[in-house]
Write a protein that binds this ligand. Structure first.
Ligand SMILES: [Mg+2]
Ligand SMILES: [Zn+2]
Length: 219
């Protein structure tokens, strides 16, 4: 793992596709300066490679996406809180246990600790879709529960980062519940675009946009 230094990352020229997203990120950064808020981050497809048609059942299945760890270093410097919000129906199906899942999240924390990054919490929905629980995204339960337990974090300044339609719909549902929630789409998995405030190919590219926006404010 290379040293977590943004200057070591080649700063790519933003594509025209992303120029409006860069503007949106500038706005996100400006609105949150000096405030206490939380960055909610989906796990599979954002931090690590999705296992299509299956689940990340153990640490051997967990594969960091390129630049994701470095991105979390940058995002950690910006966001007062970072919470992972993840649907893990594999637990409900019995293909893995809650302990297996907790062990994966403990491994993530251990690896990130090398970079001085801590995830505030892992908010997990282990339920089957058919259970119609209040926590499975796109429902806002996982986020609302964390916000209730952390009242100093301004709910309406929340940002939801995810690669699936359910993540972006979750942002809409959180906004309906607390009066605000911005959304950042990662990748091109979502077919119907247009509802996210910003869209980037990777968590790395989002973090780079945040770093650029913060550098502009400081200059
Ligand atoms: Mg995902
Ligand atoms: Zn649930």
């Amino acid at each position: 793992m290379q040293s977590p230094n943004m200057s070591s990352m080649r700063s790519s020229r933003p594509s025209s596709r992303n120029s409006s997203s860069d503007l949106a990120v500038r706005e996100l950064v400006a609105q949150r300066a000096g405030r206490e808020w939380c960055l909610f981050v989906d796990r599979d497809g954002v931090m690590n490679r999705r296992v299509v048609g299956d689940y990340v059942r153990n640490w051997e299945d967990f594969e960091w996406l390129s630049g994701a760890r470095l991105a979390l270093v940058t995002l950690r410097e910006w966001a007062p809180h970072i919470v992972v919000v993840t649907n893990q129906q594999g637990v409900g199906k019995g293909v893995m246990s809650a302990d297996d899942l907790a062990a994966i999240h403990q491994h993530i924390q251990s690896e990130l600790a090398v970079d001085n990054v801590t995830i505030d919490a892992f908010q997990v929905c282990p339920h089957l879709e058919s259970a119609h629980c209040a926590c499975r995204k796109p429902r806002p339960g996982l986020v609302l529960e964390w916000l209730r337990q952390n009242p100093r974090s301004e709910p309406s300044l929340s940002i939801m980062v995810g690669d699936s339609q359910s993540d972006l719909e979750a942002a809409v549902n959180i906004e309906a519940a607390v009066g605000g929630c911005s959304s950042v789409q990662i990748g091109r998995y979502v077919g119907v675009g247009g509802i996210a405030d910003a869209c980037f190919d990777s968590l790395r590219d989002f973090a780079l946009a945040v770093a650029r926006a913060r550098a502009e404010r400081d200059s």
